[in-house]
Design a protein around this ligand. Structure first.
Ligand code: 13P
Length: 336
């Protein structure tokens, strides 16, 4: 077993999942504005410290994705954030892309940037304690999109990123996110997501990336948020499994879904049914941002000194997701 494969398995085994707390300052400001909290470095750190030091980290969270600001922050106690995360048994990770920009010659689409100087930045993050990284490519669905150009250029960037990350001794999370915005059906989402994933693996293979040392972070197969025809969790799970089975090579150890705008309960229930029906060799878990933090953030914003209630809320969410990652969740447990 390679070192990278060991790190990947440490992050996602035994029902553990990933806490995606890597919102850029811009995104975190939107989240904090929505609950009427000032977006200062101190407040951003304070909320994240509460999550990272909660009980739920130990049994549920195998990895935490950080943003550049957070990985460099120090607590009042003098402790570094990566040390706080490691002390709960989780692996510290870092978002290394620098965001999605308009794609030249297809300006309604995005290309993710951040390759320039990446090798040097990776060295710095490794020395700060990071052992895995994240890069998100983003694709929208319309009649003409995603275009071949967006599919191919984002796959190329994800592959070059992954090769550099593995060279630096870390596990790349490969995140091609096909957005749920729009009125498309789940079948269109399946078709487009398959195209996106196949191209990503074609490029990863070309760039000689060790597939046993990556974690794939895809979207689930869902109808667009404006589509009139809703589908059941059973259908979501079958379509998601069909897509992953035909598009993801067997060497990949695990798949950690993004929540992508689903509610906390939807993201939990869909993951649970995916695991009940999982007829693949892949570990299927979560790498949720909003679906792990939304309720906790709301509670915290009401009384930022009430660490305990905020932590209880987060612990519950993390426990539900970890049950779902083993196909053991139920709505009754949700309300206990
Ligand atoms: P969501 O679960 O909120 O979609 O965030 C996951 C993530 O890391 C997006 O890049």
């Amino acid at each position: 077993m390679s070192e990278l494969n060991k790190i990947a398995l440490k992050i996602i085994s035994n029902g553990k999942g990933i806490l995606a707390a890597d919102e850029s300052n811009g995104t975190m400001t939107k989240r904090l504005d929505a609950v009427n909290v000032n977006s200062t470095p101190e407040n951003r750190l304070s909320f994240r410290e509460i999550l990272f030091s909660s009980e739920g980290m130990k049994d549920c969270i195998g990895g935490v994705i950080l943003y550049d600001e957070t990985i460099n922050q120090t607590l009042d106690s003098g402790k570094k954030i990566p040390d706080l995360i490691s002390s709960s048994g989780a692996v510290p990770g870092i978002k290394v892309d620098t965001g999605a920009k308009n794609l030249a010659n297809s300006l309604e689409e995005k290309i993710t940037e951040g390759l320039d100087g990446l090798r040097e930045r990776l060295k710095k993050y490794y020395n700060l304690g990071a052992r895995f990284t994240k890069w998100r490519g983003v694709y929208s669905i319309t009649e003409k999109y995603p275009s071949k150009l967006a599919i191919s250029s984002n796959a190329h960037a994800l592959a070059r990123y992954s090769a550099l990350v593995q060279e630096s001794g870390m596990v790349p999370i490969v995140e091609p996110e096909v957005l749920m915005d729009g009125d498309h059906s789940a079948d269109i989402c399946l078709k487009k997501t398959s195209e996106v994933l196949k191209k990503c693996f074609e490029e990863l293979t070309l760039h000689k990336v060790d597939l046993s040392g990556i974690i794939l972070k895809p979207n689930m197969i869902l109808p667009g948020n404006l589509c009139k025809k809703k589908i059941s969790s059973e259908e979501v799970s079958l379509k998601t499994l069909e897509c992953l089975k035909e598009s993801v090579p067997n060497e990949v150890p695990g798949i950690a879904f993004l929540s992508g705008g689903q509610s906390e309960i939807e993201a939990t229930e869909n993951l649970n049914v995916i695991n009940k029906n999982n007829n693949t060799n892949f570990i299927m878990t979560y790498s949720y941002g909003r679906a792990l933090q939304q309720s906790a953030l709301k509670i915290w914003s009401k009384d930022t000194k009430d660490t305990k209630t905020t932590q209880n809320t987060f612990n519950h969410r993390a426990k539900m997701c970890t049950l779902a990652a083993q196909g053991k969740w139920s709505s009754e447990l949700e309300n206990k």
